[in-house]
Design a binder for this molecule. Structure first.
Ligand code: PEP
Length: 263
């Protein structure tokens, strides 16, 4: 049983999946599971991050769920407001569409779409200033872990945003630790390794912000129903960012139950 008093978050990252008919079926199944086996909001917050295209539809479909399930954008523009920026969606436009949460810094955005310190700072700053809550993703590569640099890399990624986050805005940040070598690979960090890194992140956050002790730190990287209970039992793992397993309603529900049962 986790000793944490932080209400966990379980967020499904659908990435560039699925087609509309499957999304609808997935949401219907998930809503039914929530109805049949309730998970109270105070035991676990739930979120789903669909494609930008599906955000509003998913949000509408979730509006009649038996409990809140928050819609989360997978990314946001580094440009604020509105204007001639083809293909971009700003924090203000997300908020205007009723979306309250955004993932920033996912390793796929960093590695494939060239997000870097500057663009991430702009995204985090715009999102927070617009009033969005940010799930800020950090994590090391296998090479960095094998070179003994994991902790330094992750703490640096957190320090990177410190200059653009105002003191009170830390309350609107959730950190997601996602070792890159564990994402979509079926390899999960052991609960001991994940807890050790989460404890370091917690220490680092406490040095930066007075909210450090109360911020949720999620683990991501091949979380499944089979490993969720062990991960959820770790005191500094306050939830999960779930990729592949969130595309199966039963698995996602089981993972949420694992974290809710620690409360
Ligand atoms: C992710 O993309 O955030 C993720 C953790 O993916 P997976 O669960 O598939 O490893």
């Amino acid at each position: 049983m986790s000793a944490s008093t932080i209400t966990p978050w379980v967020i499904g990252n659908w990435k560039m999946n699925p087609v509309q008919a499957q999304a609808q079926q997935l949401l219907n199944e998930f809503k039914q599971l929530l109805q049949d086996h309730g998970i109270a909001e105070e035991k676990c917050h739930l979120g789903i991050a669909p494609t930008m295209l599906a955000l509003s539809t998913v949000q509408a479909q979730l509006s009649d769920a038996v409990r809140p399930v928050y819609s989360v954008a997978q990314d946001v523009s580094r440009i604020a407001g509105t204007g001639a920026y083809t293909g971009e969606v700003s924090a203000e436009l997300l908020l205007d569409a009723g979306i309250g949460y955004v993932l920033i810094g996912h390793s796929e955005r960093r590695e494939i779409f060239a997000d870097n310190r500057d663009s991430l700072n702009a995204k985090v700053q715009n999102a927070l200033n617009a009033g969005l809550k940010v799930i800020y993703c950090v994590g090391e590569s296998l090479e960095q872990r094998e070179a003994g640099q994991a902790e330094a890399v992750v703490l640096q990624q957190i320090c990177d945003i410190a200059g653009v986050v105002a003191a009170e805005q830390w309350a609107n940040i959730i950190v997601a630790y996602e070792p890159i070598w564990a994402i979509g690979t079926g390899k999960t960090a052991s609960p001991e390794d994940a807890q050790a890194m989460h404890a370091k992140i917690r220490e680092g956050l406490k040095q930066i912000t007075s909210y450090g002790a109360s911020m949720a730190i999620l683990y991501g990287g091949s979380v499944k129903a089979e490993n969720a209970v062990e991960l959820a039992a770790c005191p500094d793992i306050n939830g999960a960012l779930v990729g592949g397993a969130s595309l199966n309603a039963q698995s996602f529900h089981q993972i949420a139950l694992a974290f809710a049962n620690t409360q």
